[in-house]
Design a protein around this ligand. Structure first.
Ligand code: COA
Length: 162
């Protein structure tokens, strides 16, 4: 389950992580991210008890000069205690569902390190297709890293939700 974040949730989301989502020390989040799907934003990910245990966020990318060629790229972080229980798969699937129901976009993307097997598996379970390798695309912890680009198209979503 996802919901818009509130100020009370921010403390959960400030923990640094030493894994694939760690891009160096960062200041605490000072403000609640927006939940407007058409802008950059984030939602809180809830566990079975309704507690926020992470967030799923998105930025808009462009493959051409026109707005029709825009698409969101999603990212996710869960608190270590909330991992490995299916929440990451469910949250990313729900995010895809929100974009296809409430925007006219044709494509939702995600990107992850070639070594991030948990995220690759979660994305595939959520209906994403791996499209290729982004060589040396991501700077993290002292070196450039290869990643995998994933997408799900509106037509994939229709067939998976039939
Ligand atoms: C990546 C992340 C979002 C996945 O969410 P999650 O709730 O832990 O994932 P799920 O439980 O839905 O599914 C994980 C799948 O990966 C598998 N998996 C986990 N670790 C794995 C590993 N080291 N090798 C292979 N598969 C692995 C699990 O077995 C599961 O697959 P299964 O259901 O077929 O058994 C979460 O672990 C996380 O927040 N990690 C840290 C931050 C991060 O890496 N974010 C993504 C940055 S791009």
């Amino acid at each position: 389950m996802l919901r818009p974040l509130t100020e009370a949730d921010l403390s959960v989301l400030t923990g640094d992580d030493d894994g694939f989502d760690y891009f160096g020390p960062r200041p605490s989040r000072q403000s609640v991210p927006p939940s407007d799907l058409n802008e950059q934003g984030a939602f809180g990910v809830l566990d079975g008890g309704g507690e926020v245990v992470g967030d799923v966020s998105w930025v808009w990318q462009r493959w051409g000069p026109n707005v029709q060629s825009r698409n969101p790229m999603i990212g996710i972080w869960l608190s270590p205690r909330a991992r490995g229980q299916g929440l990451g798969t469910a949250a990313q699937r729900e995010m895809v569902d929100l974009f296809f129901r409430h925007t006219a976009v044709n494509r939702v993307e995600a990107h992850t390190d070639v070594e991030n097997l948990a995220e690759q598996r979660a994305l595939e379970k959520a209906g994403f297709t791996r499209e290729g390798t982004t060589r040396g695309a991501q700077w993290r912890d002292g070196s450039y890293r290869d990643g995998h680009l994933y997408s799900i198209l509106r037509s994939d979503w229709h067939s998976s939700s039939d």
